[in-house]
Structures are given as C-alpha cells and as structure tokens.
Ligand binder design. Structure first.
Ligand code: SF4
Length: 221
C-alpha cells in the first residue's frame, strides 16, 4: 500500500500545547473539507510505501516526535495503520494533527498514537457545516490519550458555537485543554473576543489557553 505525501521536513511545532518543540512533519496530501482559513492547500504529492517513509524518517535526528499532519492524515488510515504497526517498534512519539471528524478511522490507529491534536471545526470560523456529532464521538475515543483540542477564532466566530463546543467537551468527561487559536497571529483586534471566549471557557470549567501560531510569527515553515 502507498500513501500520498506532500512533504516531509523537520521544523518547530507552531501550534497548540507542544508549541516550540522540534518535530518531523509528514504532510499527507488531501482533505475533503474546505475551511476558509486553510493554509495547507497542497498542490502535489509523492507516493510512499511504508518502507520509503521509514527510510525518510530515519534520515532525521534530534527531534521530539513525528507529526502526522495534512491535509487530513486520517483520510489515508489504511496506510497509517500499516505504517504505525511497523514503525512503532522502539521509535519516536507519534503526534496526530487532525480535523477531528473521522472517528471510525481514529479507532483503527488510536492504540499507536501518543499525542492527539484535534481541531474543533466551528462552523462560524470555518465557513462550512458543523460536525458536532463527529467531534463528540472523536473526543470520546481520543480522551484516553495525551489529547488537546484547538479552535480557530476569527472575526466571524460566534459565541454560540463556542458554547456548543464547550458543552460537548464537558459532557464527554474529557479533561482536554481547549486552545483558542487566533486565525491571524498579527490581528490584535481579536484580543477582546479571545478574552471574552476565555472567560466563557472558565464558566464551563474547561481548561483553556490562548496560543497563537508561533511558526508564522518567527517565519518558519
Ligand atoms: S481540515 Fe485542515 S487541511 Fe482540511 S481544509 Fe480545513 S484547515 Fe485545511
């Protein structure tokens, strides 16, 4: 089996709770969503077998973990399963970055993952439909792992979407941190909104952090 992979590179994780750590990024090609803020519209890919990918990863040294990112890596879950079953033996930590929708696919590989970074796709932020049911199911499965949730906050983000997301996190019993990520790290006008949402998260007793995208600020990939 082969996977469509756009690029493999080492850089600094710019988002979420592992921000600032060096990772090797495996960017899987393709995502069936179309979030309006998407900054990973990929134009090409190369096909990798499990052996090709393992060899590519073995050429990197001194990093914290391997980030499976995209696109949406869970859309190529059968390759991932085969790869992870082979690669796990004594290798680095595996970090999954995902849109948090394909919960059935998550079930197939969750046992091989160490860290899960899930996006909560708020319709008022993404400009596409909501995925409340999918996110609810995803959180239930991911909760057994080192797991956090990110929500992109832009000018269009509605407080009602935040409240629904918080209810879902709360009902799940998960203690995952919710990261409020400004859509644009240079957009200082979002500060008041972020502070307002932060206080609402506290009302729901959900752990919350506001974290900007570091890679955009320091100008790395
Ligand atoms: S889920 Fe991620 S990769 Fe897919 S369109 Fe949205 S931002 Fe882009």
């Amino acid at each position: 089996m082969k996977a469509k992979i756009s690029e493999i590179f080492k850089s600094i994780q710019g988002e979420g709770l592992y921000q600032g750590l060096e990772q090797v990024f495996v960017r899987f090609y393709g995502c069936s969503l179309s979030c309006k803020f998407c900054d990973t519209k990929l134009s090409g890919y190369r096909e990798y077998s499990v052996k090709d990918l393992t060899q590519a990863l073995n050429s990197f040294t001194n990093f914290h973990s391997i980030s499976l990112t995209g696109g949406e890596p869970l859309e190529q879950v059968f390759f991932l399963k085969e790869f992870l079953e082979s690669y796990r033996k004594g290798a680095k930590k595996i970090y999954l970055e995902t849109n948090g929708i394909l919960f059935d696919n998550l079930k197939r590989i969750v046992g091989h993952l160490d860290i899960i970074s899930m996006d909560f796709k708020l319709s008022s932020s993404t400009g596409i439909k909501a995925f409340w049911h999918e996110h609810r199911e995803f959180i239930k499965i991911a909760a057994s792992k080192d797991f956090f949730i990110k929500a992109v906050i832009g000018h269009s983000t509605l407080v009602n979407d935040i409240r629904i997301a918080l209810s879902i996190i709360k009902e799940s019993g998960s203690h995952a941190t919710l990261v409020l990520q400004p859509e644009n790290p240079f957009e200082h006008e979002l500060a008041a909104k972020l502070n307002y949402f932060y206080k609402i998260c506290q009302e729901y007793s959900v752990r919350v952090k506001i974290i900007s995208q570091l890679h955009k600020v320091i100008g790395v990939k």
